[in-house]
Design a protein around this ligand. Structure first.
Ligand code: MLC
Ligand code: AMP
Length: 487
C-alpha cells in the first residue's frame, strides 16, 4: 500500500491532504460559530508560513469568508491599517502574533480567533455553497497614490491564475515545491502554495528564507520546483561562493536534479542568471506578474529562455502595448503593458474611482513599460518614478515620504529607488532639515521602525539644502536619484 500523499511539510509537522481537509474544516467551524455562511466577511490573518497558514486560508474560504493575509514583518501600525481598511470582522492570530494583534482587533471591533483554538474546534458539518464570483482574497499593494490598496480577487480569478501556471509549467502531483517566500503576496500565495496544492503536490514551507537551509534542501534530491526573487538567488550565490570546494560540488550536483527553477517579482540581472547557470546548470525561467493580475508573461518551460526577457503571454492571458493615448504600438516600439483576461483582479477594495482609473477599455494598465522583440517581451521600466521594487517588494515612495515628513527634524523630503546589485533598488531619502536640526541614517531608521515595514525603511540618507525642483516647483526625482549615485 502506498502512503498517503504529503500535502505540507513545515515546522509544525508533516501533513497529508486529509489532514489539510480536516484542519480547514475545523477552522471553518471555528469561524462560522453559529452562522451558516461568513458571507464575504473579511478575515485578516497573521500566521507564520506553516501548515497552520494553509489550514487557515482554506478554512476562511470554506466558511465563505474573504482571506486578508497580513505580513509577518509589518509593525503594528501597518497591520492596523490593513485590518481597518479591509473592515475585517475577524482577525486570526497565531501564538507569535497574538500579542500585537489583540489590541488592534479590539479597537477595530473585530473578533479575535487564535489559530490553536481554531485547529482544535469541531469541524464544520455544513459548509456554505461558494459561487465562483464571490470575493475570496484581498492582497494589499502599494501604488502611486496614497496608502496601500486592497486588490480583490474572486474564487474564479484565483482559479484562473493558478490554472494558467499549472498548464504552462506542467505542475504534477509528483512535484515537491520548496517555498521560502512570504505568504502575503501573489508570488508565495499563487505561484507557490496555490499551484502546489491545486495539483496535490507536496509543498515544503520554510518559516523564512535562510540561504544555508535552502542549499541543504535544494541539494537533497527531494525538491523538484523552486521559485524566488532575484535577491534570493544573489544570496544563494554568495552562500555558494563562501562554501568549501567539496560543499560547492555537493550543492551543484544536488541542485541539478530539480525540474524547474524560476525567478520573478523584479528584474533578474543577466549577471545573476549567468552565475546561477554556472553554479546549478539551470537557466532560470523568468516570468512577469503583478498582484492585480497574477502572472502574465513567462519564458518557456521547454525552449529558449532569453536572458533579460520575460517571454510571452501565459495561457488565458492577453497583453498589449500602448502609447500614452492608448493606441497600440508596433513591435519593437516601447509601450505601456496592458493585460486582459480571467485572471485580472476584480477591484480595489472600496475604491471605485481608483479601480476605474486602473483600466482602459477593459484592459488593466500595469504601469510597466515593455517592448516586444522577436516574440518575447522585455521590460524597460515603469511609467511612475514613485514605485520602487526592493528585494521583490513593491513600495511607494509617496507613502514613505508621508511618514518621513512627520519626523521633527525633516522639513521636506524625496524618496527614490536607487539601483542596487543585491536588492534591485534601495529605498533612499533626500531630506531638507529644519533649521538647526541634525539627523543620522541610524536615528532615522530607529525612528521609522515602528511605522514602516523593514523593506520600506530608507537605507541611504542624503541631506540637501534644497531638493532639485523644476519650474513648476515639482521635485525632479531622477535628479534626486543622481545625488545617491554620484556619492
Ligand atoms: C530587509 N532589509 C533590507 C531590505 N529588506 N535592506 C535593504 N533593502 C531591503 N529591501 C534588511 C533588514 O532591515 C535587516 O537589516 C536585514 O536586511 C535582514 O532582514 P530580513 O527581513 O531578515 O531580510 P531577509 O530575510 O534577508 O530578506 C530578504 C528577502 C526578502 C529577499 C528574503 O526581502 C523577501 O522575502 N523578498 C520577497 C518578497 C516577495 O515575495 N515579493 C513578491 C511580491 S508579488 P538589519 O540591519 O536589521 O539586520 C510580486 C508579483 C510577482 O511582485 O511578479 O511576483
Ligand atoms: P507587485 O505589485 O508587488 O505585485 O509587483 C508587481 C511589479 O513587479 C510589476 O508591476 C513589475 O514592475 C515587477 N515585476 C514582476 N516581475 C518582474 C520581472 N520578471 N522583471 C521585472 N519586473 C518585474
Amino acid at each position: 500500500m502506498t502512503s498517503p500523499r504529503r500535502a505540507i511539510i513545515a515546522s509544525d509537522g508533516v501533513f497529508t491532504y486529509d489532514d489539510l481537509d480536516d484542519a480547514s474544516k475545523r477552522v471553518a467551524g471555528s469561524l462560522l460559530a453559529d452562522n451558516d455562511d461568513l458571507n464575504q466577511t473579511r478575515v485578516a490573518f497573521l500566521v507564520h508560513p506553516s501548515f497552520a497558514y494553509a489550514a487557515v486560508q482554506r478554512g476562511i474560504w470554506r466558511a465563505g469568508g474573504v482571506a486578508v493575509p497580513l505580513a509577518v514583518s509589518h509593525p503594528p501600525s501597518e497591520l492596523e491599517y490593513v485590518i481597518r481598511d479591509s473592515a475585517a470582522g475577524v482577525v486570526v492570530a497565531d501564538k507569535a502574533s497574538a500579542p500585537a494583534l489583540a489590541p488592534i482587533a479590539r479597537a477595530a471591533h473585530a473578533r479575535l480567533v487564535l489559530v490553536d483554538d481554531a485547529l482544535r474546534a469541531t469541524p464544520a458539518d455544513r459548509l456554505p455553497h461558494l459561487g465562483s464570483n464571490r470575493r475570496a482574497m484581498i492582497i494589499y499593494t502599494s501604488g502611486t497614490t496614497g496608502r496601500p490598496k486592497g486588490a480583490v480577487s474572486t474564487h474564479q480569478i484565483i482559479g484562473a491564475q493558478i490554472a494558467s501556471l499549472v498548464e504552462a509549467w506542467r505542475w504534477t502531483p509528483a512535484d515537491h515545491l520548496l517555498l521560502v517566500l512570504p505568504l502575503h503576496h501573489v508570488h508565495g500565495i499563487i505561484n507557490g502554495l496555490g499551484s502546489a496544492l491545486a495539483v496535490r503536490a507536496t509543498c515544503e514551507i520554510a518559516p523564512a528564507f535562510d540561504a544555508e537551509h535552502v542549499w541543504a534542501r535544494l541539494s537533497s534530491g527531494e525538491v523538484t520546483v523552486f521559485t524566488a526573487v532575484p535577491t534570493i538567488y544573489n544570496r544563494l550565490i554568495a552562500s555558494w561562493d563562501a562554501a568549501s570546494p567539496d560543499e560547492r560540488r555537493r550543492r551543484s550536483d544536488g541542485v541539478r536534479g530539480l525540474r524547474l527553477m524560476m525567478s520573478g517579482s523584479a528584474a533578474l540581472p543577466v549577471k545573476t542568471l549567468e552565475r546561477w547557470r554556472e553554479i546549478s546548470g539551470h537557466t532560470l525561467l523568468e516570468r512577469y506578474g503583478m498582484t492585480e493580475i497574477g502572472m502574465a508573461l513567462s519564458n518557456p518551460l521547454n525552449g529558449n529562455r532569453r536572458p533579460g526577457c520575460v517571454g510571452a503571454p501565459l495561457p488565458g492571458v492577453e497583453v498589449r502595448l500602448v502609447d500614452e493615448a492608448g493606441a497600440e504600438v508596433d513591435d519593437g516600439t516601447p509601450g505601456e503593458l496592458e493585460v486582459r483576461g480571467p485572471s485580472v483582479f476584480l477591484e480595489y477594495w472600496r475604491r471605485p474611482e481608483e479601480t476605474s482609473a486602473a483600466f482602459r477599455d477593459g484592459w488593466f494598465r500595469t504601469g510597466d513599460v515593455a517592448v516586444l522583440e522577436n516574440g518575447s517581451y522585455r521590460l524597460l521600466g515603469r511609467t511612475s518614478v514613485d514605485i520602487i521594487k526592493t528585494g521583490g517588494y513593491k513600495v511607494s515612495a509617496l507613502e514613505i515620504e508621508e511618514v518621513l515628513r512627520t519626523h521633527p527634524a525633516i522639513a521636506e523630503c524625496a524618496v527614490v529607488g536607487v539601483s542596487d546589485e543585491d536588492w534591485g533598488e534601495c529605498v533612499s531619502a533626500a531630506v531638507e532639515l529644519r533649521q538647526g536640526a541634525t539627523l543620522s541614517l541610524d536615528d532615522l531608521q530607529q525612528w521609522a521602525r515602528p511605522q514602516l515595514a523593514p523593506y520600506k525603511i530608507p537605507r541611504a540618507l542624503q541631506e540637501v539644502s534644497a531638493l532639485p525642483r523644476n519650474a513648476m516647483g515639482k521635485v525632479v526625482k531622477p535628479e534626486v536619484a543622481g545625488l545617491f549615485k554620484s556619492r
